[in-house]
Write a protein that binds this ligand. Sequence first.
Ligand code: AMP
Ligand code: MG
Length: 376
Amino acid sequence: MGAMAQPLLSLDEAILLLAEAIPTPKLGAILADRDDPALDRSSMDGIAVRASDGVAPRRVLGTLFAGDDPASVRVDPGTCVRIMTGAALPSGADAVVPVEEIQETPGGLVVKGAPCIGDWIRRRGSQARKGDLLVPEGLPINAARVGLRAQVGGRYGIPKRIRVGIASTGDELVLDPQPHQIRDSNGPMMAALAHALGAEVHVLPPVPDDPAAIATFLKGLESTDILLTAGGVSMGEKDYLPKVLQQLGAQILFHRIRLKPGKPMLAAFLDGRIILCLPGNPVSAYMNTRLFLPVVLARLEGRTPPTLWRMGRLIAPVANPGDRPMLHPCKRRGDELVPLASKGSADLVRLAQGDVCAWIPEGGMQAGETKYLELL
Ligand code: AMP
Ligand code: MG
């Protein structure tokens, strides 16, 4: 059976296949190294008091800031200590009264209402006890877990950005085009998109439609984790990328998906590097990058991939003859999607005029609910 006879992967299947093929770092277990909080602490800026003093005026003994050792002071009847958020509670005190509820009088500080024991205090160990398992092993990494790991004394660091190399292909791309030539719009577009998605972007020189030049290029990618190419991956006579990748021994994950635009897309591993080959038509190159790069970045960083889709209401019918779901440029007004008269995969004008792309199932749809993708 020839490759063409196999049904094409759906978008979801292709994203899943790619995600599962990329090894992802996981967080180790996080254990509490001490009680959290390690002492009773104030959760407000105010005064530390003895609740049993009620509303009687209090003499101020001093001030405790976050980080101060509370052993230096003791709250006896008729006294109080100014205390800032996060400061440990001094002995003798059993409540905190917020600044907003205090009045200065010649006889001392007066509180508006009688405090209760425990007011505005974070109790020692109330969030966790020393030795508690706070986060089990193997969860995705996220910022809160990075913070918690730092809190318990674990190694931390701001994760490095993933380096994404970007290369357009095509002999027709020149800076100053004759009418039969064009400028490279995909390179800057994919660079801006990869940047918006959180990558460290490296724009590489365009690659000519020449198998030897493509092979040389693909073997010289040391400083990139992911390579995005545009063009040269379809059925044309100068679409050399699939063949060259095969000759270099790349592991092809998929080639062609059931999507419009963006069908010719290819995903592969070469020398441990992820290569996403996107079709050259600008709307296709945009869409494939927008759909696939977030999951690749998330997997490489150990994060949960972000949700791609939102729900909106298409306010006019959109035709979609054929057997592939389609992403169609729209303006967005609140949750209303207003379809633009896109001419298809080469129509960068309508894509740039739009705010979002709406999901149009195969066969087209009437006005109504559908999912959409934000254009970044
Ligand atoms: P290809 O996928 O190489 O067959 O290209 C498909 C179409 O996209 C052709 O009309 C190309 O001229 C156009 N194209 C390819 N690369 C780019 C690019 N970097 N910028 C703008 N258009 C491109
Ligand atoms: Mg080409």
